[in-house]
Design a protein around this ligand. Structure first.
Ligand SMILES: Nc1ncnc2c1ncn2[C@@H]1O[C@H](COP(=O)(O)OP(=O)(O)O)[C@@H](O)[C@H]1O
Ligand SMILES: [Mg+2]
Length: 390
């Protein structure tokens, strides 16, 4: 059995399907020292793409390193600062031992005094590195202005010794919900703006918030980064990817009808393609149609409760729109036929639809029609009214 062919976590190596163009664009930006924001709905493959490209790029021989932090647990300013500083510390620790002499190291450490952090040497018995004292023993309020300085020092150090860094910040939108989030954004912006050896990659699971942070002209990150938007992976790439996995696992071709069934049930949503295939690839024999349908029901059963709960909190208008789009995607939500189906005023439909867009509950499919983002929710909504769907 090929265990990691269809992971439900980050896809990498042979579990990574295509995204050739996006990989090259991201790699090009990193090589040019540009900063990037990856924008896509959750579970479309932002982390996987960033990881795949960074892994390709990293090379200790060529003095290229990657550091990644996730801000999902940044519940307050000091937690956010701690996460960012820990990321910078990781990078500094890789480079600092390569400094020419102890005097240079001591000077570097001293330059942190006054930033609100105590920087000292630590040793693990093999090598040594920098350690910031983040346990704030004094009652002094946390100095957010230190973040920019620490990131800049990391960049200076890398530059002085010929290193390049990719610094990935996942769940970056969490910063925006903090009370002093704007100050932290401004600090990071300063470091990003003047960095010479570091490329920053920003990503996050809340597309709407992230988009606002990077495209609103009043926000610190406006026009600071190149954006890369991810769509669903094209059918032709998935057919090859899943077909190859079939040959590896069962030494046989999978019928094209079966491949198409997998892609139509999951609507090529990367998370659901992997969830369904993960179930199927547990089988001893190459699956037949009924196996695919059974496995899809298992996936739906596994996923549907939180989706129903999210649905239950929507307004009546939003529910009505989703129900209709689950039945039939719609090119023009203000068309007479759609309004007639919903029996609601156009402005009400427009408002409800905009809220659904902001919550990433709808997306435009390949035919240019609006559809329900989550194929499992769409299936469940249809199945509630017409249980014979499968
Ligand atoms: N290029 C890809 N090839 C195959 N599977 C992928 C690809 N990108 C993402 N996936 C799968 O999709 C799901 C979500 O991926 P992830 O990178 O965590 O998305 P995001 O960071 O956008 O939330 C995971 O199951 C992952 O394995
Ligand atoms: Mg992610």
């Amino acid at each position: 059995m090929v265990k990691e062919m269809f992971p439900r976590t980050i896809a990498h190596g042979y579990s990574f399907c295509n995204r050739t163009d996006e990989q090259e664009i991201l790699l090009g930006h990193i090589n040019s020292g540009n900063h990037v924001v990856l924008i896509a709905p959750r579970r479309y493959g932002k982390s996987s793409l960033s990881h795949q490209v960074t892994e390709r790029w990293i090379s200790p021989q060529s003095k290229r390193m990657g550091v990644g932090i996730s801000l999902y647990s940044a519940y307050d300013e000091s937690a956010a600062v701690q996460l960012i500083v820990t990321g910078a510390q990781k990078a500094i620790n890789k480079i600092m031992p390569l400094m020419p002499d102890m005097e240079a190291i001591q000077k570097f450490l001293k330059s942190f005094s006054g930033l609100g952090f105590e920087a000292g040497l630590k040793t693990d018995g093999i090598g040594f590195g920098i350690k910031f004292d983040l346990e704030r023993k004094s009652a002094k309020p946390l100095d957010i202005t230190s973040i920019g300085a620490i990131l800049t020092k990391m960049d200076d150090l890398a530059h002085s010794l010929g290193w390049k860094i990719v610094f990935e910040m996942d769940e970056f939108q969490e910063i925006a919900s903090l009370k002093h989030g704007k100050s932290i954004e401004a600090q990071i912006r300063d470091a990003v703006q003047f960095s010479v050896a570091t490329s920053y990659i920003f990503l996050g699971s809340n597309r709407h918030m992230l988009e606002q942070m990077f495209t609103d002209s009043s926000r610190p990150f406006f026009s600071m980064c190149h954006s890369i938007r991810l769509n669903r992976i094209e059918a032709v790439h998935y057919q090859k990817h899943i077909g190859d996995a079939s040959r590896v696992n069962w030494n046989t071709e999978m019928d094209i009808e079966l491949l198409d069934l997998i892609l139509s049930l999951t609507e090529r949503h990367p998370f659901y393609v992997n969830s369904l295939c993960h179930e199927l690839w547990k089988q001893e024999k190459v699956p037949v149609r009924s196996d695919v349908l059974d496995a899809w029901r298992c996936v739906v059963e596994d996923r549907v409760l939180p989706l129903r709960s999210e649905f239950s909190h929507l307004s009546a208008t939003q529910k009505a729109i989703l129900n209709n789009l689950a039945d039939e995607p719609e090119k023009q939500i203000t068309s007479i036929s759609f309004i007639t189906k919903l029996l609601l005023p156009t402005t009400t439909i427009k408002d409800g639809f905009r809220q659904l867009q902001n919550k990433d509950l709808v997306y435009m499919n390949d035919n240019g029609a609006w559809a329900v983002m989550d194929p499992c929710l769409a299936y469940d909504l249809r199945n509630q009214r017409n249980p014979q769907e499968l």
